[in-house]
Design a protein around this ligand. Structure first.
Ligand code: PHE
Length: 338
């Protein structure tokens, strides 16, 4: 009987052939050729064999071992190549691929307009100042000559934080803060967020204003008209303006400034409600009561103030007809301003 037969060889070679990676083939190598492996176990049987058979047995065993070693080496080589190739494929850098586009953010149209308006006034010598959005009623109302009984102090319009603290309803309290900290003559603007409890097609609870104030000796309504007309010309080009009498508690006399309708050029259309004019800001000569409240000599100093809605200016500049678009943050809308 022969211990080593053809079947044995076939089984061993099949095990080798079926290995799928370098690690597995190493396991198979140990199983077949290792210290406790099949071949070693077989060679131990040498003792049990008769001398006549030893020669043949030895030859067959060597043959078997050689063919196993060869098969393992071959298979290992193949597997290594395969692994190398897939590694190369994974790590390949295709420098011809187009780069990934980085989506850059842009400035919100309100921010753009604010910066644009600031620039115009800075070029006319105005200082830029800011105040807190949570404001004392004293600065938001009292110092501005808005009496306790005034409807704008009502809970319906004003967001109260405490009895004497509100979300500022306009940027005018920055006038007060600025005057308390500076001496005339000066000219300043104050852009920022303001809050009113109001929400419909043309009102949002938060919006932006730009305030302006110029105080000195001999400042007159003529100065107000000159500066504001120049300003409008810079924003809207050569266009007609008009001043309509109005009332504000903190200015006297007061006016509203209109520009000729940017759409119909005064002919009358939906935007200007057929009047041919668009209101653009409130303004007036600083009321002596306001100057007194901050300790200024109201015999010596006079001044003018103005306040405009930045949303409104932005809508007119870019032809936007819905205020809500500013706050919905629809990127399709916002991207048009990049
Ligand atoms: N504060 C006023 C408002 O919010 C605007 C204004 C400012 C009017 C300065 C006159 C002078 O409506």
């Amino acid at each position: 009987m022969s211990i080593i037969n053809l079947e044995m060889k076939e089984t061993a070679l099949k095990r080798i052939e079926e290995s799928t990676n370098v690690l597995e083939i190493e396991q198979v190598r140990v199983e077949l050729l290792g210290k406790k492996g099949t071949i070693t176990e077989l060679s131990k049987k040498m003792k049990e064999i008769s001398n006549e058979e030893k020669r043949e047995f030895g030859q067959k065993l060597n043959e078997l071992r050689d063919s196993i070693i060869e098969a393992i080496e071959n298979k290992k080589e193949i597997l290594k190549n395969i692994e190398q190739l897939s590694k190369l494929k994974d790590e390949t850098l295709d420098i011809s691929l187009p780069g990934r586009k980085v989506n850059k953010g842009g400035e919100h149209p309100i921010t753009q307009t604010t910066n644009y308006l600031k620039e115009i006034f800075m070029n006319m010598g105005f200082d830029v100042s800011e105040g807190p959005e949570i404001e004392k009623t004293e600065y938001n109302f009292d110092a501005l000559n808005i009496p306790e009984s005034h409807p704008s102090r009502d809970y319906q319009d004003t967001f109260y934080i405490k009895e004497n603290e509100v979300l500022r309803t306009h940027t005018s309290p920055v006038q007060v803060r600025y005057m308390l900290e500076n001496k005339p003559p000066f000219r300043m603007i104050a852009p920022g967020k303001v809050y009113r409890s109001d929400y419909d097609i043309s009102h949002t609870p938060m919006f932006h204003q730009l305030e302006g104030l110029m105080v000195g000796e001999n400042i007159s309504f003529a100065n107000l008209k000159a500066i504001l007309t120049e300003f409008v010309k810079k924003v809207f080009g050569e266009t007609k303006v008009r001043f309509r009498p109005h009332f504000f508690p903190f200015t006297e006399p007061s006016a509203e400034m209109d520009v000729e309708c940017v759409i119909c050029k005064g002919q009358g259309c939906r935007l200007c409600k057929n009047s041919g004019w668009l209101e653009i800001m409130g303004c007036g000569m600083v009321d002596p009561e306001v100057l007194k409240a901050v300790g200024y000599d109201h015999e010596k100093y006079t001044g003018f103030a103005f306040g405009m809605g930045i949303e409104r200016v932005t809508m007119l500049r870019f032809g936007i007809d819905d205020l809500r678009a500013f706050f919905e943050n629809d990127v399709r809308f916002l991207r048009q301003f990049n």
